[in-house]
Design a binder for this molecule. Structure first.
Ligand code: NOJ
Length: 496
């Protein structure tokens, strides 16, 4: 056979077999399809119109090696000035929902409610109104990692005062925007700001306190979340009729073998990553395996008590049941096994789990060093969440693919999104997981935290070299638009 002909046949065959593997049933008519972003990653205007400094502004301005190439969010995708254009491109993609976050220090420059920045409030009012007038529902995250620096100056998340400060901030947002916002997410992926911000120290605010500060952070995040939920429940729900949830992320941790030990390692790792936050909120208190392991290791290390702070019985009761829905960010999988050689004296939440994790070499990867293309893992994670937390209502608040160049010809992103959505739909159809929506990460190329502008997740390319930050649709934007129109991943779907 001529080489060209055989190449065409191979290509046709691989496209056909990829399509044949996709779920072929329609998504429900009311399934929420949207796109997601966060304030620090897209807004820019870091010191305009009265915004206060946040911990990422602070650290990136002082330490030029903290992020790749010294990149920061000073201007980034400039959405503060271009929000109307961003709503227009959301509209062009047909999305019904937009998930964005409020910059705490944009509306409260010092973090406290004694000083409200009216221009910051006006920005979010304008954005919400622009969305509503285009029939796009806002899904609002209150905290996407950008703590006001003034709060960090008094200790940040490990200081218990944050519980009241966050609750005050949340209450203000409910009051200001809750007439139009019906979906609130208190915290986005608290694992990252806690473990990286106060454990390993490679995220803002850069505190290295493995196994201590990171757990104090998680502890206060959970209390702050619950307090905000109760405020909404007691003071706003009856009139505003909205919902309050939280966004938690985890890899799927695939046991490296069929051995009971590796299966247990997978379960343990799931509890250390997802369960740390989900268990207190859905089942009450921290997962038993975390309490046991951390206590045992802490005592062996000479501490008087566990490094994982305990909840009181009263707190356990107040925290349990404080999520009207659960946001799940799912991107990747790893292999895991019991870490037999773990140093008993080592501190930190990865060491405390006594589980080691790595990637299978054969798995395809994105630009981000943590991102493997493993859609089957999302399905397993979703089923585990359903079984472990008594079938919560779930929205996939993030899922997406990174490349280095932001190419417009992003077939790999289309492949990623469609295979993950197919697995998500399988989880709905075959495993009975209650999933009501999906917001792809991300609407735009943006600042990928310490990776700077090197890892691009957008369905729209942003030209970071042009002062105008020109947005250009990638192939995936057209794909997504079509998917939202047809609610179907293949050429022709069958009814469920
Ligand atoms: C998780 C975070 O919520 C978001 O800020 C980040 O950009 C994406 N995942 C991709 O890493």
């Amino acid at each position: 056979m001529a080489p060209l002909r055989s190449l065409v046949l191979v290509l046709l065959f691989s496209v056909a077999s990829f399509a044949a593997e996709l779920n072929n049933k329609y998504f429900p008519d009311d399934f929420m399809f949207g796109a997601a972003t966060s304030a620090y990653q897209i807004e820019g205007a870091w010191n305009e119109d009265g915004k206060g400094e946040n911990i990422w502004d602070h650290i990136t301005h002082r330490n030029k090696t903290f992020t790749h190439g010294g990149d920061n969010g000073d201007i980034t995708s400039d959405s503060y000035h271009k929000y109307k254009e961003d709503v227009a491109i959301l509209k062009a993609m047909n999305v019904t929902h937009y998930r964005f976050s409020i910059g705490w220090s944009r509306i409260l420059p010092n973090g406290f409610t004694n000083q409200i920045n009216d221009l910051g409030v006006a920005y979010y009012n304008n954005l919400i109104n622009e969305l509503k007038s285009n029939n796009i529902e806002p899904l609002v995250t209150l905290y996407h990692w950008d703590t006001p620096q003034a709060i960090q100056d008094i200790g940040g998340f490990p200081n218990g005062i944050i519980v009241d400060l966050f609750a005050d901030y949340a209450e203000l947002c409910f009051k200001l925007f809750g007439d139009r916002v019906k979906y609130w997410m208190t915290f986005n992926e608290p694992k990252q700001p806690c473990n990286h911000g106060y454990g390993s120290g490679d995220y803002a605010p850069g505190i290295q306190s493995p196994g201590i500060g990171e757990y104090m952070c998680s502890h206060n995040v959970i209390k702050a979340h619950a307090k905000a939920w109760h405020i909404y429940n007691d003071k706003f729900r009856a009139e505003q009729k909205g919902q309050v949830g939280i966004v938690i992320d985890s890899n799927w941790w695939e046991p490296a073998s069929d051995s009971a030990e590796d299966k247990e390692a997978s379960e343990t790792k799931l509890h250390f990553t997802f369960g740390l936050y989900a268990n207190p909120i859905f089942n009450g208190d921290y997962p038993k395996v975390m309490k046991d392991k951390i206590k045992e290791r802490s005592l062996a290390q000479g501490f008087k008590e566990s490094r994982l702070p305990p909840f009181t019985e009263k707190e356990i009761a107040e925290i349990k049941g404080t999520a009207d829905f659960l946001g799940v960010n799912t991107y990747s999988s790893s292999l895991v096994s019991h870490d037999k050689e773990v140093d008993k004296m080592a501190m930190g939440y990865v060491k405390d789990s006594e589980v080691k994790d790595w990637f299978d070499d054969s798995w395809e990867k994105g630009a981000s060093d943590w991102l493997t293309v493993t859609p089957w893992g999302s399905r397993k994670l979703l089923k585990w969440i359903k079984d472990t937390y008594n079938s919560p209502r779930i929205i996939i608040t993030e899922n997406g693919y990174s490349d280095f160049d932001g190419t417009l010809d992003d077939d790999k992103r289309i492949h990623y999104i469609s295979t993950y959505l197919s697995s998500i739909k399988d989880a709905m159809d075959e495993d009975g997981v209650d999933i009501f929506g999906y917001t792809v990460w991300s609407l735009l190329d943006n600042l990928e935290w310490t990776f700077g502008f090197t890892n691009k997740f957008g369905l729209y390319n942003v030209d970071f070299n042009s002062p105008n930050r020109t947005r250009t649709p990638k192939k995936s934007a057209t794909f997504y638009k079509n998917l939202i129109k047809t609610k179907c991943l293949v050429d022709k779907c069958v009814e469920k």
